[in-house]
Design a binder for this molecule. Structure first.
Ligand code: 2PG
Ligand code: MG
Length: 429
């Protein structure tokens, strides 16, 4: 306790990858260890996510975080100074109690999460171990299988295509480093093909190519061509993963594919995606239906859940209770884990524990608004979450995470294990 008492806690406004303000927290412990962390922010958010507290008004488009920063330096600092940072559960319980609302509307989940993560960093520092080791102990040694974005769409690319992420994953790779090596070739090949086709329009929010396709399916075709051009076998070595983010184009109970000028009902959407799964080497589909279309989510899982991973993001929002509800309805077989959807590390960990107990797979995920903060990489390794997605192999806020995982893999040397293909969840028969 004497080394890990919080003696200094400070919040400040810093900037994220969309040029919007966000909350950074720095804290110091009695033994001199310092921890620092920054909250990320989503664009395609689930309705039940913890509250990202913004000031509103004119300044910075209403996205300023002066109130959240003031909460860190006011109420939170007053409650936590003198607190033992090493007792993460008690610290997070204090934050939850101090806020008092289900969605952390009072303090802001951006404020509470930055504090919660900074405390973990400081405690790891005080113990002289990397964060993943602090979180997972000697057991922690598995690098996650990455899902890496090739094309960005939806809310991350001005809705230029309807589906949000076309990603690749490398079930054939033998290490995290090898998965990145392979994906770098695919990313480059995709860029070259886009350039040659006159369809290259820069990069989207998460670094994937900003697409100028005429249909959503062209993004799948182009990704398979890029895998092939890069010299890999589509499906065996490198496969496709999709985040449909269907909540983003769900209007009045219909799925409006703006790019294709047509609308589908839930069954039509399921048939569309099942057809893609038949024709392309897809191993994972996230948010195939909108967050309130639980019946569709369950029907989709019944239809394809033994063949592909079906991931819940917007509907499950890293919430233990919602994950239990999904399991009860047999909706999905994997969950996205995003700390800022809950606002503390303890609740995020609880969501993952519940998912694991229920036989769900997990993918720890960055947000579309990010910074150089690499905490989520340590969560993936420390908690043994078998997969990670942080965007493309471009833009510093993305490469910060990929490069941190490379450092961890190298530091572990021969003890490093790679989650590989086995990490991709499937429904059991
Ligand atoms: C998602 C995330 C990350 P956002 O939908 O999975 O890609 O997007 O952070 O905008 O919610
Ligand atoms: Mg998503």
């Amino acid at each position: 306790m004497s080394e890990t008492e919080i003696v200094y806690l400070h919040g400040r406004r810093v900037w994220d990858s969309r040029g919007r303000p966000t909350v950074e927290v720095e804290l110091m412990l009695s033994g001199g260890a310092v921890g620092r962390a920054i909250a990320p922010a989503g664009a395609s958010t689930g309705a039940a996510e913890a509250h990202d507290l913004r000031d509103g008004g004119e300044t910075f488009g209403g996205f300023d975080v002066a109130r959240a920063v003031a909460n860190v330096n006011g109420h939170i600092a007053a409650a936590l100074l003198g607190h033992d940072a090493a007792d993460q559960a008690a610290l997070d319980a204090t934050l939850i109690r101090l806020d008092g609302t289900e969605a952390k509307e009072k303090l802001g989940a951006n404020a509470t999460l930055a504090v919660s993560m900074a405390a973990a960093h400081a405690t790891a520092g005080a113990a002289g171990v990397p964060l993943y080791r602090h979180l997972g102990g000697e057991e922690a040694g598995m690098l996650p299988l990455p899902q890496i974005q090739i094309f960005g769409g939806g809310a991350h690319a001005g809705r230029r295509m309807d589906i949000q992420d076309v990603l690749v994953t490398c079930p054939g790779a033998r290490s995290f480093a090898e998965a990145l090596d392979w994906t770098a070739e695919v990313y480059r090949a995709a860029g070259d093909l886009m350039q040659a086709a006159g369809k290259l329009h820069g990069v989207a929010d998460e670094g994937g190519w900003w697409p100028a396709f005429d249909t959503n399916e062209q993004a799948l075709e182009m990704t398979v061509r890029a895998i092939d051009k890069a010299g890999f076998e589509p499906g065996q070595e490198i496969a496709l993963a999709l985040d449909i983010a269907a909540t983003g184009f769900h209007r009045n109970g219909r799925y409006a594919l703006g790019l294709e000028g047509r609308e589908l009902d839930s069954a039509g959407m399921i048939a569309l995606l099942a057809g893609w799964i038949d024709r392309y080497p897809i191993v994972s589909v996230e948010d195939p239906l909108a967050e309130d279309d639980w019946d569709g989510f369950a029907a989709f899982t019944r239809a394809v859940g033994e063949r592909v991973q079906v991931v819940g993001d917007d509907a499950l929002v890293t919430h233990a209770g919602r994950i239990r509800e999904a399991a009860r309805r047999h909706a999905g077989n994997a969950v996205l884990i995003k700390p800022n959807q809950r606002g503390t590390l303890t609740e995020t960990h609880e969501a993952w524990q519940v998912a694991k107990q229920l036989g769900y797979g997990g993918i720890v995920s960055a947000r579309s608004g990010e910074t150089e903060d690499t905490t989520i990489v340590h969560l993936a390794v420390g908690w043994g979450i078998g997969q990670i997605k942080v965007g493309a192999m471009a833009r510093g806020e993305r490469t910060a995470k990929w490069n941190e995982a490379l450092r961890i893999e190298e530091a572990m040397g021969p003890r490093a294990r790679f989650a590989g293909a086995a990490a991709i969840a499937r429904r059991r028969g």
